[in-house]
Design a protein around this ligand. Structure first.
Ligand code: DSN
Length: 482
């Protein structure tokens, strides 16, 4: 089908969908229309967001949503799962082929679900299986109350070492307020205070001292690549299982930008990801594993999960099929090239970046030199139609709520077609907004970390500059709602 007729068919489909929704709750149809208009007219720079294709989006709106399918492919606890089996098997097959992984599990609903499946698979492998063998039983239901108590105690005494949140790690990598920080004894590694870069010797020293069962690598706000061969070496030296959360950069792995030691899949025992960030699929999770962990991960349900979202697994299959096209490699390379242009655009205009640059899809702007908190910067940018999210910088003096950073990512605007010229302009516009924003005061006149004043006319100037670029690179070209 030509791009033109595909766009026409998509328009017809969405018109029909909105009409059907409006017949029940018109306010939902209106909000849905408005969401498209808002996404079309703003500069989306949130590093974890993207625009999935109409094929992916439409796949989620079907009757697969109505089906229960607890279990695994061909082994379900519900009847009539023959079609769910087809889409789940396809999603797993595409994932295995795309990432070169021996095993793939497509059921997790989200990144945290994927990470919980990974953690409990590791605990099953390291703790439960040996205990069952020791007690001479096949499953935990057969354990005596005393042995079960002992096993529960052992589960609760395992150690996890992950990257600190303010260094760029994720909530699920052992952050205390998250379940990962509560189910494990946890410690965190940070980044070098001078360079902001990961120091593998420091990670090694921490691992040797702490002796974790699980070493977690991966990040959600670290603007650099990681050497996963080195992380595996460290895990092996201390007898840990290496889990890599590649949620942010899965698209760069899929698109062969991260290869060799920068590709986590061959080095990690278990790799997790979401499917909706740089991978450009539906919102959801995915777990990849080495053969040794396959049977454990396959028990994600009932270990952690209930019924899978079959409609989302179908959409994962579609998105992963898209990512196997050669054009996805060009897209992934463009994401990384555009991030470099964006970073250079900031540096040449005198702005500060955590680690001094980027070599992935993330640019972490330190806004202290503008006299702002991340919260003030995020709000002022939003007034100018630039959608970002505030983010901690290492050892952030403003904490996780106000922060000192603004995290920017290139996947979404790269999907629209933005290239070097546009990303340099984006840097110019962001600097324009921040240089013309001043920190405000609270009601009592004291300095505030939240209020701000954006200079007269700046928002309009920036909005009209972005409108020009957004018009040139429309979101869903040819999609017109009546
Ligand atoms: N919320 C995602 C992000 O923005 O990085 C991670 O969970």
């Amino acid at each position: 089908m030509s791009a033109e007729s595909l766009a026409k068919t998509t328009s017809t489909a969405y018109d029909a969908i909105l009409e059907v929704i409006a017949s029940v709750e018109p306010r939902v149809a209106d909000a849905t229309r408005k969401e498209l208009a808002d996404q079309r007219s703003s500069l989306k720079l949130i590093a974890s967001e993207n625009y999935a294709s109409p094929a992916v989006l439409l796949t989620m709106g079907t009757w697969f949503s109505d089906k229960y399918a607890e279990g695994t492919v061909g082994h379900r606890f519900y009847a009539a799962c023959q079609n769910v089996d087809i889409v789940e098997a396809l999603a797993a097959e595409h994932a295995r082929e795309l990432f070169g992984a021996p095993y793939a599990y497509a059921q997790p609903h989200s990144g945290i679900d994927a990470n919980l499946v990974a953690f409990w698979s590791i605990l099953a492998h390291r703790v439960e299986t040996p205990a069952l063998a020791k007690y001479g039983v096949k499953n935990v239901n057969e354990l005596s109350e005393t042995d079960w108590e002992q096993l529960r105690h052992e589960f609760g005494n395992q150690r996890l070492l992950g990257m600190a949140l303010d260094a760029g790690g994720h909530l699920t990598h052992g952050f205390r307020p998250n379940i990962s920080g509560k189910m494990f004894h946890q410690q965190q590694y940070g980044t070098d205070p001078e360079t902001g870069l990961l120091d593998y010797d420091v990670v090694r020293a921490k691992a040797k001292e702490f002796k974790p069962a699980v070493l977690v690598a991966g990040y959600s706000a670290y603007p650099r690549r990681v050497n996963f061969a080195k992380m595996r070496e460290i895990a092996d030296e201390v007898g840990a299982t290496l889990m890599v959360d590649m949620a942010h950069f899965a698209g760069l792995v899929a698109g062969k930008v991260f290869v060799g030691e920068e590709n986590p899949v061959p080095f990690a025992h278990i790799t997790t990801t979401t499917t909706h960030k740089s991978l450009r699929g539906p919102r959801g999770g995915l777990v990849l594993a080495q053969e040794e962990f396959a049977a454990d991960v396959d028990r994600g349900c009932p270990m952690v999960l209930g019924g899978p979202l079959s409609h989302v697994m179908a959409a994962k299959a579609v998105a992963l099929a898209e990512a196997r096209q050669p054009s996805f490699q060009t897209y992934a390379q463009n994401i990384a090239d555009n991030a470099k242009t964006l970073a250079e655009g900031f540096l040449t205009r005198g702005a500060n970046l955590v680690t001094g640059g980027t070599d992935n899809h993330i640019v972490l702007l330190d806004v202290a030199s503008f006299g702002l908190t991340g919260r003030q910067a995020e709000s002022a940018l939003l007034d100018a139609g630039v959608v970002t999210n505030r983010n901690s910088v290492p050892n952030d003096p403003n904490g996780a709520w106000y922060t000192t950073g603004v995290r920017l990512g290139t996947p979404a605007l790269t999907t629209r077609g933005f290239g070097a010229t546009e990303f340099d302009k984006v840097a110019e516009m962001i600097v324009d907004v921040l240089a013309n924003t001043s920190a405000g005061t609270n009601k009592a006149g004291a300095p505030s970390k939240a209020t701000y004043k954006l200079g007269e006319g700046v928002a309009d100037r920036v909005k009209s500059q972005s409108a020009e670029m957004l018009d040139k690179y429309p979101l869903y070209p040819g999609l017109e709602l009546s």
